[in-house]
Every structure is written in structure tokens, then in C-alpha cells.
Design a protein around this ligand. Structure first.
Ligand code: EPU
Length: 416
């Protein structure tokens, strides 16, 4: 199992090019199932989760051609309507094939995702929404088996805001008969990016970017081209790294208009930001100021940045409080950071952090994707050596992170 060895203390300096967003690429790849035409994608990130999704899609019969960050999909010959347990268990986002397969072929069988390190993460809202659209759904032998003649548009109000739930229901509704109104829809930029692709494929969607999506179903969709939106979480992760180590970096190929919550907190930390259309220069000297925040849905502070900002808080000049409201178990990095000398206590969904002068390197264990990134940041700021184990979590969602960090002066290497 690969590990990352980090010798902390280097200031970061130079340019980093941000990749396409994992959480946009995954639903967008599934949209290839909705048409027999070619869906041509660019800015697709090199990630384990993307490879897993392409494997899953290929075994349905979707034709996949890949060339660097470009992927062309063709769904003219779909032969299997099933997402098997072996793949779903490694990636929950596999649930995103359910809506498109059901809408286009009238049937889908998708393994029920099991538990997850960061929370129980049920998919009841996906199921409830598809049932409202007229699907007949049974849960049998660990599989969701959905069938329908033709989905029929309706009004759906989800119990909570769900990102992949909104995406699944939107992909189902675009081929349903009549009008579907999705209330309480997620407004995350990745949902919006999927909606833009669907419109390019011939879907009729109003209210894109709002919490009320109004979809007029169409008979069929056609092929289209689309560039996946830049990864705001990867971008903010690099900005947190420089907040922790000090230095002067410029991130490129980014979208500055979808990162307000993170950028505001970085300014509060003391990072000097110069923001262009698709780049951000971040300059940092001295100790970070502590920042208190609670995670919430977009456009609020993203749960996917909670751990990385906590890493910065561990060495801040004072105390802070971090409240996680989206997932019930997303503090597993806390014990690992404490192994590096951080002073964090938790009470329910709130972490209380007393900034310490200096972290000291130690072996630590990555437990999930964003927790892994936070341990890398802590390791970059720590004195001495930090060995981050189980970095397969990191590889799921960051495109060659250690290579990008090496290029801006970090002393980090992958140990096979
Ligand atoms: N929820 C339910 N029932 C449902 C759906 C969601 O109870 O049917 C709950 C979840 O358990 C959670 C909350 O609603 O407590 C929000 O979950 P959501 O459905 O929005 O999360 P998701 O769609 O499973 C996506 C991202 C996550 C990101 C969350 C929140 C993808 C592939 N994943 O997950 O990304 O944290 O939205 O923004 O888009 C990551 O990239 O590290 C990651 C975990």
C-alpha cells in the first residue's frame, strides 16, 4: 500500500494547475448513459474514482475512449443495466447510474451502497424521488431494483439537500414524460455543471443554480461536448497548504466565482489573495489566524474543506471552533492530527482547536479522502517527518497531489 513521506517546513512557491472536479466528472460520466450519441468530455481529472466509474460504465456496454484528460462516451449499445456490489462498495457515487439507466431503459439494478467512513449516507431520497416519478422499486439481496414503463414528471421535495440525489433525479427527469419540479435541490456548482451538459444534450431545465429545478422531459437526448468544471475543493486544498506553510503560490485553471466561502476564510486566516478570472495568487507569511466556521450546503462553507481548514487551525495563533453539519462522523482526522501534536477536542459535531506553535511529524493514517488531504497539509507544516499511510483515499480524489506539491517546493515523496 502506497504511503506519502513528508519532510515538513518548506515554504511553497510557484504555480499549480487545478484539474477538473471529481464531483462534477462522476455524474457527468453517468450522463453518457442517457443518449446513443457521442458525449465528448474534456478536463476530466486523473483519479481513481474516475477510473472506477469508467470501469463500471464500460461493463454496462458504454463505449469509452480516453486520451489524456479527454473522454468520449457512446451509449448506443448498452447491454447491462446493473451496477454490481464489487464496484459500488468501492465508490458510492456508482449510485449515479440508477437515474439515467432507469429513465432510458426502464430498468436498473444497482447495489445498495453500504456504510461509509464519514457517515451512514443513506440513499432513501434517491429512491423516494424515483418512486415519485413512477418507478417500481424493490430492495432485494442488497440491490436496488428499479423498473418503470415510462417515468412521469411530478413535484419532488427532498427531505434534505442532497447533491448526488439531485443529480440522479435530474438525470431521470430529463427523459420523463411532462414536467418535473425538484424542490430543495442542491445548488453545488457540480450539480450546475451537470445541468449545463444535460442542456447541451437537448434537455430542458430551468432554474439551474437555484434550489428549484423545473425540467420538461424530452423524448431523447443527443451527443454533446463539455469541459468539466475546475475542482474548487482541490484549489482550496492547495490554498490551505500555503496558509499552513507560508509562501507564494498561484493556482491556475480555477473558477474563482464558486469559492467565496473558502476564500473569505483564507483572508481571515491572513492569506493575501489576488484574484483573477481563472487564477488566484496566495501569499502567506507568519502564523495563521484561527477561523471558526460551520459546514453547510453551497454557497456556504463546504464539508469537503472542513478537515483541511482544521489542519490550518491546529497551528493558528489562538483558538477556533469547527462545526460539521452535513456528515455525522467526519472528524476522523482529529485523532491523527493530535498525534502530530495538535490540541483538538470534540463534543458531538463540534471540534475545539487550540492553536499550537508547531506540529511535530509522526506516522499517521488516512481515513477518508479529505482527511488524507488535511494530514498532508499538517505534515507539510510540521517539524520533521510525517508518514501518511493508506493514501489510496487521497488518490481517489486528488490528481497526482504529491507531484503538484513537489513542483511548488514541498519535500514529499510516494513510497511504494
Ligand atoms: N442523505 C440522506 N439520504 C439521501 C441522501 C443524502 O440522508 O438519500 C444525507 C447524507 O447522509 C448526508 C446529507 O444528506 O448527511 C448530504 O449528503 P449528500 O447526498 O449531499 O452527499 P453525497 O451526494 O453523497 C456529495 C459529494 C461528497 C460531498 C457531499 C456534500 C459526490 C460524488 N460526493 O456526496 O463528496 O461531501 O456531496 O457536499 O458528489 C468528497 O468529495 O470527499 C465527498 C465526500
Amino acid at each position: 500500500m502506497d504511503k506519502l513521506l513528508i519532510k515538513g517546513g518548506n515554504r511553497l512557491q510557484g504555480d499549480v494547475t487545478i484539474s477538473g472536479a471529481k464531483n462534477a466528472a462522476l455524474p457527468i460520466l453517468c450522463a453518457g448513459l442517457l443518449t446513443s450519441g457521442d458525449v465528448q468530455l474534456s478536463n476530466v481529472p486523473h483519479l481513481q474514482d474516475v477510473r472506477t466509474m469508467l470501469r463500471l460504465l464500460a461493463q454496462t456496454g458504454l463505449k469509452v475512449e480516453q486520451n489524456g484528460d479527454k473522454v468520449t462516451l457512446n451509449g448506443a449499445n448498452i447491454t447491462s443495466l446493473e451496477a454490481p456490489y464489487e464496484l459500488v462498495k468501492t465508490m458510492r457515487a456508482s449510485i449515479l447510474v440508477l437515474g439515467p439507466l432507469l429513465a432510458r431503459f426502464g430498468e436498473a439494478k444497482v447495489s445498495l451502497p453500504g456504510g461509509c467512513a464519514i457517515g451512514s449516507r443513506p440513499v432513501d431520497q434517491h429512491i423516494k424521488g424515483l418512486q415519485a416519478l413512477g418507478a417500481d422499486i424493490t430492495i432485494e439481496a442488497g440491490y436496488i431494483h428499479a423498473k418503470c414503463k415510462k417515468l412521469k414528471g411530478t413535484r419532488i421535495v427532498t427531505d434534505m439537500i442532497t447533491v448526488t440525489g439531485t443529480e440522479n433525479l435530474m438525470m431521470a427527469a430529463v427523459l420523463a414524460e411532462g414536467e418535473t419540479v425538484l424542490e430543495n435541490a442542491a445548488r453545488e456548482p457540480e450539480v450546475t455543471d451537470l445541468a449545463h451538459l444535460l442542456v447541451a444534450m437537448g434537455a430542458k431545465i430551468d432554474g439551474i443554480g437555484t434550489d428549484r429545478l423545473v425540467i420538461q422531459g424530452v423524448e431523447q437526448l443527443h451527443g454533446a461536448s463539455h469541459a468539466v468544471i475546475s475542482d474548487r475543493i482541490e484549489a482550496a486544498t492547495f490554498l490551505c497548504a500555503v496558509a499552513a506553510t507560508g509562501g507564494d503560490i498561484t493556482i491556475r485553471n480555477t473558477r474563482t466565482d464558486i469559492m467565496d466561502a473558502a476564500l473569505d476564510k483564507l483572508r481571515e486566516i491572513g492569506v493575501r489573495l489576488t484574484v483573477g478570472d481563472d487564477w488566484i495568487r496566495a501569499q502567506m507569511d507568519g502564523r495563521p489566524q484561527p477561523v471558526t466556521f460551520r459546514t453547510t450546503e453551497y454557497p456556504g462553507f463546504p464539508t469537503d474543506m472542513q478537515a483541511q481548514f482544521m489542519a490550518v487551525n491546529t497551528i493558528a495563533n489562538g483558538a477556533s471552533r469547527v462545526t460539521e453539519t452535513i456528515f455525522e462522523n467526519r472528524f476522523m482526522h482529529v485523532q491523527e492530527m493530535n498525534r502530530l501534536g495538535a490540541a483538538i477536542e470534540t463534543d458531538g459535531n463540534t471540534a475545539f482547536i487550540k492553536g499550537v506553535e508547531q506540529l511535530v511529524g509522526a506516522p499517521v493514517m488516512a481515513t477518508d479522502l479529505r482527511a488524507s488531504a488535511s494530514l498532508v497539509i499538517a505534515g507539510l507544516a510540521a517539524r520533521g517527518e510525517t508518514l501518511v499511510d493508506r493514501i489510496y483515499h487521497l488518490d481517489r480524489g486528488y490528481d497526482r497531489m504529491e507531484v503538484k506539491l513537489q513542483a511548488i517546493g514541498a519535500n514529499i515523496s510516494r513510497i511504494k
